[in-house]
Design a protein around this ligand. Structure first.
Ligand SMILES: Cc1cc2nc3c(=O)[nH]c(=O)nc-3n(C[C@H](O)[C@H](O)[C@H](O)COP(=O)(O)OP(=O)(O)OC[C@H]3O[C@@H](n4cnc5c(N)ncnc54)[C@H](O)[C@@H]3O)c2cc1C
Length: 373
């Protein structure tokens, strides 16, 4: 029998975790290298919202649809007894104007008792769902270790050894070398810190904030995700925060993003106090159950969306380096699109092509010639 292919996956966010999981399930001998902690960055601090058809009509349509369905089947296989909080949801869009009085629209869930109006259903339990992103990512890695013998190494990838245009190994900080038949670089917004990648394309970080609240009356909060147009009396332009209740009774609120330099160490990422204060204000305006005194603030945090110049992820072989693959740039849809990204890459690396999703729109060759080496 042939020896299994040795694949080193670098980056323990949702993209690296999904890729390691599907590679190992298909028989590869996988080592996952993470410099800090699995799901320490955006993949641990995201909303975890999933939508079947919100990317329809664009290059992400197939990836998103395949991923949404894979999330459902993964949850049946891995989420017992509801270990990472997968559940279908109703999703509403609504306008909140701070300066207006509370409304009691019958179309709103009873806990949304602030000055909200214009509610529209934009997702049903058939088309929208959620996971707890940190628990999802960690569960995938744990199962990949238990079921398929994946090895997790906590160390920073320093560089790749490339000979005659083919990757042969990765070198970790401290000098440890891992031999590899293939390497996957799933470094999120840190991708550009590797010269091999930054010479080919730009991946930049958009810093976004979030808070996690634990309301005293958590059992009253129904499974309704909220996409807001929020008019603060303190700011001119409307904001577009999102509110995601979780099955645990917690409520996650996110928004307030801007482009910023990504620090070397994920542990150094701190939220800006004004952005966090604004999210608390949003929560209190949406629901009295989420205001100070009624809800404990469990987390105040920030993280970076990994973005490309054309808004489309990079998934495929790195031009000029056989056996080296990149998977990043998933922007605001990495938790959704992790599963089909990982499954498609596993097919590409082990079978030579992907049948789950056509990877052409994501080819890293599309930026060739556009960036100075
Ligand atoms: C506020 C917010 C809300 C979001 N909500 C949603 C949502 O509801 N639904 C959705 O689908 N998406 C959402 N997203 C987007 C999603 O979080 C990201 O697209 C996704 O997490 C990116 O995953 P990743 O694995 O590419 O990157 P990351 O999660 O950043 O992981 C990269 C990993 O690589 C490691 N690493 C980097 N460099 C090295 C190195 N040299 N050596 C070893 N390890 C290294 C890092 O430590 C990190 O763990 C949200 C994002 C934000 C910021």
């Amino acid at each position: 029998m042939d020896q299994p292919k040795r694949v080193v996956v670098c980056g323990g966010g949702v993209i690296g975790a999904c890729t390691a999981y599907f590679l190992a399930a298909k028989g590869a001998a996988v080592t996952l290298v993470e410099m800090s902690d699995v799901a320490c960055a955006a993949s641990g601090k995201a909303g975890g919202f999933l939508a079947l058809d919100w990317c329809d009509g664009g290059p992400l349509e197939q990836l998103a649809r395949a991923s949404f369905n894979l999330h459902r089947s993964l949850a049946q296989d891995l989420d017992g007894p509801r270990s990472y909080g997968y559940r279908p949801l109703t999703t509403l869009s609504l306008t909140v104007i701070e300066s207006e009085g509370s409304s009691a629209a019958s179309t709103l869930p009873s806990w949304v008792n602030g000055p909200a109006r214009g509610a529209k259903t934009i997702g049903t339990p058939e088309t929208t769902a959620q996971v707890h992103p940190q628990l999802f990512t960690r569960t995938l890695v744990d199962r990949a270790v238990e079921r398929h013998g994946v090895e997790v190494v906590i160390a920073k990838l320093e560089r790749l050894e490339v000979e005659q245009g083919r990757v042969g190994s990765v070198v970790l900080e401290g000098g440890r070398v891992l031999e590899a038949d293939a390497v996957v670089l799933a470094l999120g917004p840190w991708s550009s810190k590797l010269v091999l990648l930054s010479s080919l394309f730009r991946v930049y970080g958009l810093k976004a904030h979030s808070i996690v609240l634990e309301p005293r009356e958590g059992s009253l909060i129904t499974p309704h995700a909220l996409f807001l147009s929020y008019y603060s009396s303190k700011r001119g332009a409307p904001l577009d925060p999102e509110v995601y209740p979780r099955p645990s009774g917690e409520v996650y609120v996110c928004g307030m993003s801007k482009e910023e330099e990504v620090p070397e160490d994920p542990a150094e990422i701190r939220g800006n106090s004004e952005s966090i204060a604004m999210l608390k204000r949003v929560a209190k305006s949406v629901s009295s159950y989420l205001g100070e005194g009624e809800a404990r603030v469990k987390a105040e945090q920030a993280c970076f969306l990994p973005c490309t110049d054309d808004g489309v992820p990079l998934i495929g072989e790195v031009p000029g380096v056989k056996g080296c693959y990149v998977a990043t740039g998933h922007n605001c849809w990495g938790i959704l699109n992790g599963p089909a990204t990982g499954a498609a890459l596993a097919q590409l690396i082990l079978d030579g092509h992907s049948t789950i999703v056509g990877l052409k729109p994501f080819s890293p060759t599309r930026f060739l010639g556009r960036r100075k080496a």
